[in-house]
Design a binder for this molecule. Structure first.
Ligand code: PLP
Length: 385
């Protein structure tokens, strides 16, 4: 996997787009498009049997070209987003968006209402204050925003408790102007990484029982509840086969990280961080230029690809320190690939994917929704003299 860099005098001009892996400025994100397409097809095939649909989570990659491929593969009800700015980017090519998150500030609710003019938008709500904020913005814009009541299925993050608390909030949604009750969501995030399949399965079934029975309670009380949204990459084939769950919000499956590889889901790594060896200070040690500003470490250090026996032992801002096996020929200037442990925060660090087919760079895709794009928009506003 290691390739030497071109001779300094023979490197590409600064302005040209890299054609080969060795020409990519590091650190950089590589995307193996064949692996990506296999992951996308496998997930779409699982949901093709129905009745549950897939609503891929855009936050995982924030990249329109990837989301377009997910939608084109079929079995999808739309896209899931975590932020309003992701939804604004996704609305350019998808007409059914779920913001699986609480949106409460006036500025963000106004942006959601503006989006609702163009596409079907649904937001998660778990408080009266949040409901009122969305309702007020929607009424002011004269649009209807969909709402799902966010139910805490055990993660202990956002969400009202299943049952009566969710019903009480759902009634308030129905009574509010500018919004329409679409159903419930409950993300079993705490169960995604469980390694033991039977443990993961039994706990997921239990968590989904609380969500599905809440949906039944809403319907029995005369309220609409067409959407029951849940799930992620670790539980898609459990929650996605539970009667009453209508859609799954999986995201990481498309690109995969080493943490999810350990869970044993049937998807393959499709992205990596490319770095250059900048130091070989000892026979058993080398250092690359891809530290934790290029690869997240919140789920552990990345795995080294292509150097047998090499292990990352430290990840500083701009340095990845690796131990090497005896006799390693790794040299300063060589390239190295790291497989990150956590997809979303790694991709969020980068502007672009270098789409590779073997050693060729066949495209470069913008990670258009990375960071907090609203601030880029503010910076681009003209300041009055
Ligand atoms: C609300 C919500 N839904 C779904 C997911 C699933 O994502 P993944 O498939 O990447 O685990 C997440 C991930 O954090 C999430 O926060």
């Amino acid at each position: 996997m290691l390739r030497e860099r071109p001779e300094p005098g023979r490197s590409r001009s600064r302005a040209s787009r890299p054609c080969a892996r060795v020409e990519i400025p590091t650190p950089a994100l590589l995307l193996d498009v064949a692996a990506l397409d296999r992951n996308i097809s496998r997930m779409a095939a699982f949901f093709a049997a129905g009745p549950c649909r897939l609503r891929p989570h855009f936050k995982a990659h924030k990249t329109p070209q990837i989301a377009r491929r997910q939608l084109a593969a079929g079995s999808c009800s739309g896209l899931t987003c975590a932020t309003v700015s992701e939804a604004e980017v996704a609305a350019e090519f998808c007409d059914d968006l779920l913001l699986a998150n609480e949106i409460v500030s006036t500025e963000k609710c106004d942006r959601v209402a503006a989006l609702a003019r163009r596409v079907k938008v649904t937001v998660a709500v778990d408080s009266l204050a949040g409901l009122e904020a969305v309702s007020r913005a929607a009424r002011a814009a004269n649009v209807t925003v969909g709402v799902v009541v966010d139910v805490n299925v055990g993660q202990g993050r956002c969400g009202v408790e299943p049952g009566e608390a969710a019903l009480a909030l759902a009634r308030r949604v129905v009574e509010s102007g500018g919004v329409t009750l679409r159903g419930v969501m409950g993300y079993e995030g705490h169960l995604q990484p469980i390694r033991d399949r039977s443990d993961r399965e039994s706990r997921t079934r239990q968590a989904m029982q609380g969500l599905v029975s809440t949906a039944q309670l809403l319907r029995a009380s005369g309220l609409p509840c067409e959407v029951v949204s849940a799930g992620g990459t670790g539980t898609y084939d459990i929650s996605g086969r539970i009667a009453g769950v209508t859609e799954i919000q999986a995201g990481s499956y498309a690109l995969m990280d080493t943490d999810y590889s350990g869970v044993g889901v049937p998807f393959e790594p499709a992205f990596s961080v490319l770095g250059t060896i900048v130091s070989r200070p000892a026979p058993d040690r080398c250092v690359a230029d891809c530290g934790h500003k290029a690869a997240s470490k919140d789920h552990g250090y990345p795995v080294v690809k292509g150097i047998d026996g090499a292990t990352v032992t430290a990840l500083n801002d701009e340095h990845a320190t690796m131990t090497l096996p005896p006799g390693s020929k790794v040299a300063v200037g060589d390239l190295v690939e790291l497989l990150p442990s956590h997809t979303d925060p790694t991709i969020n660090l980068h502007d672009a994917f270098y789409v590779v087919d073997g050693d060729l760079v066949i495209d470069v895709w913008s990670i258009a929704a990375r960071g907090y794009p609203e601030h880029r928009a503010v910076l681009s506003l003209e300041v009055a003299p």
